[in-house]
Design a protein around this ligand. Structure first.
Ligand code: NAG
Length: 576
């Protein structure tokens, strides 16, 4: 009965968790198809179309991989020439700022000079608008924003610290891009400079920008850190950006290749789209607004042709709160952006595996093909586009689209866990729980009467027995107690967290240069520091267990052992 109840409870918890972390792409409101035909609807003209590029985590380094810089220069000249984006967002970690042993961190002027010379030599700023913002690496070891080490102010294209609101104005509407600058100032060295932090004043500034942006056709927020790694006061950074169609970020790279595509969606319908790094993976993103429908594709440098289907857009990356999705149903043409250094020889469109025909060039990179969306108004459908260029390169891009109010597409569980969990809250909670449980167990078992050990105790019996022994030996009891309390209260160390500025590191955060930064990574380190204590406090269990796995005369074996503290020995003798 108890097992059944526990099982049910567990199942419910898992279902809740799955639901929370696999948000349904927000569906269209009821009665979508009864609405009047929206104007303008996607057709054959190259109008109402805007596209931009994002690149992230470039990590120009004086010590590692010089091709990061030379490839970026090629990207700024060749790739940007081909794509001709309205603007480029470079979302942080422009430079690596690590010492040659990869352990330390400091701003390296030479890296910034290389970065600046890439922008200069490629003349990218004459071809497009280059909006580069800081990442945590660009803020390592900077005592104040106005200190010389803040090379971002001298060598970047944007040069202004802090969040800002950039409005891109076109003949068909205006598009807001709000930058979230959550980098720390003063900027501590590694490793306690991994989480971004926003204070109340910064949140207020962002809130004003959010209100201003309501006048635009669309708002996109961008920053270096995913929202899960930003520490912000209530109502939290996600609530602030709820009117945004998407939040673009970087910082987590591809998590060592484990997460090549980190996308999810907030409860408000805002997409959160992390982009893989330039550093090792040479990733970049093309993002388009076509008749106010957002679409994007993540690509690898020098892999051509680049293909982005803008109509019909992917259902998964749709939000009826932010987009006029009904336009798909009233569109007359399938629309595709195609880029390649070579001439395009064919753009073939398939829906549900059936060849619909070849799209023709409307203008520039836009290819269109007439279609009847009513034929696909029910259920979900797969669109695929195969593009071939004169150099013989072929690529197929596709996605699922739907004109129904509900569709079964869900974001992946792990990407959602990574992007939607407030990791510092999780780490703080875990750390607190581990320390509390440990101290409580020690204290309780110290004052509990020691029961007699059964002849063949189970795992639970063994654990409890070892806890009794452990907590009753003064040397262990006091050392573990003091170590635990010290881990909580600290300070763990005092030192130059920034060159020339002494700071102190505690489990709950870092004091440096007159500022206090709430803990993020510190809790993770705290967990790692307290875990060994748990393990050692159970050393008896492990030892006893290994004895019990020995098939012969377990009790006799144990009796012969020399146990620290005569307690245990006496216990056994008196039992027998
Ligand atoms: C942008 O918004 C304006 C005002 O609401 C509207 O007239 C215009 O059609 C919109 N642009 C697009 C591409 O839908």
């Amino acid at each position: 009965m108890l097992k059944l109840a526990a099982g049910l409870l567990l199942a419910a918890a898992v279902a809740l968790l799955l639901d929370w972390y696999a948000p349904a792409a927000s569906s269209a409101p009821a009665g979508l198809r009864r609405q009047r035909a929206p104007r303008p609807a996607p057709g054959a003209e190259a109008a109402n179309l805007l596209w931009a590029v994002q690149v992230s985590d470039i990590h120009i380094s004086r010590f590692q991989d010089p091709t990061r810089a030379s490839d970026l220069e090629k990207f700024c000249s060749e790739t940007i020439n081909i794509i001709q984006p309205a603007f480029v967002l470079a979302t942080g970690d422009l430079t690596d700022a690590k010492t040659s042993d990869k352990l330390g961190s400091e701003q390296v002027e030479e890296e910034w000079r290389i970065y600046q010379s890439v922008l200069k030599r490629s003349r990218v700023k004459e071809k497009t608008k280059w909006i580069d913002i800081k990442g945590n690496h660009d803020s390592f070891n900077i005592p104040r924003l106005d200190s010389v080490q803040n090379y971002y102010r001298k060598y970047s294209a944007w040069r202004k610290d802090g969040s800002f609101h950039y409005v891109h104005t076109t003949t068909f509407g205006s598009y807001s891009f709000i930058c979230v600058d959550a980098t720390l100032s003063p900027g501590p060295k590694r490793p306690y400079n991994f989480f971004g932090i926003l204070n109340t004043r910064q949140m207020q500034e962002l809130s004003v920008m959010a209100t201003e942006s309501l006048r635009s056709n669309h708002t996109v927020w961008f920053g270096h850190y995913p929202t899960s790694t930003i520490i912000s006061p209530a109502p939290g950074i996600r609530a602030l950006m709820s009117s945004a169609t998407a939040y673009l970020c970087g910082h987590l790279h591809t998590m060592g290749g484990l997460m090549p595509a980190l996308y999810s969606q907030h409860r408000s319908g805002t997409l959160e789209l992390e982009l893989g790094d330039w550093k090792d993976n040479r990733k970049y993103r093309i993002l388009a607004f076509d008749h106010d429908l957002l679409s994007f594709v993540d690509l690898t440098f020098e892999e051509w042709p680049a293909v982005l289907i803008t109509n019909p857009k992917s259902s998964l990356y749709s939000s009826s709160f932010h987009e006029p999705l009904v336009k798909i149903l009233y569109s007359t043409h399938i629309r595709i952006l195609v880029f390649s250094p070579a001439a395009i020889t064919s753009v073939t469109v398939y829906i549900d595996g059936v060849r619909l025909g070849n799209a023709h060039q409307a203008s520039g990179p836009l290819y269109v093909l007439k279609w009847s969306p009513q034929n696909y108004s029910e259920g979900t459908h797969q669109i695929d586009v195969t593009v071939q260029d004169a150099s013989g390169r072929t690529i197929t891009q596709g996605h699922i689209f739907s004109m129904e109010e509900n569709h079964p597409l869900r974001f992946g569980f792990w990407p959602s866990v990574i992007l939607l969990t407030d990791h510092y809250v999780l780490a703080r909670t875990l750390f607190g729980l581990i320390v509390l449980i440990q101290i409580a167990l020690l204290v309780v078992f110290r004052y509990l009467q020691k029961p007699a050990l059964k002849e063949k105790p189970g795992l639970l019996g063994l654990t409890s027995f070892s806890l009794h022994v452990f907590s009753k030996i003064n040397a262990f009891y006091y050392s573990v107690l003091v170590l635990n309390l010290y881990t909580v209260l600290g300070p763990w160390f005092v030192g130059e967290l920034i060159d020339g500025q002494v700071g102190a590191c505690f489990s709950f955060g870092v004091f440096v240069g007159g500022s206090f930064f709430r803990g993020g990574l510190t809790y993770v380190v705290g967990i790692l520091q307290t875990l060994p204590l748990i393990l050692t406090s159970n050393l008896y269990t492990f030892t006893l267990l290994s004895e019990f796995f020995c098939p012969y005369k377990q009790v006799a074996v144990i009796k012969q052992k020399e146990w620290p503290g005569q307690l245990l020995h006496a216990e056994y003798s008196s039992d027998q």
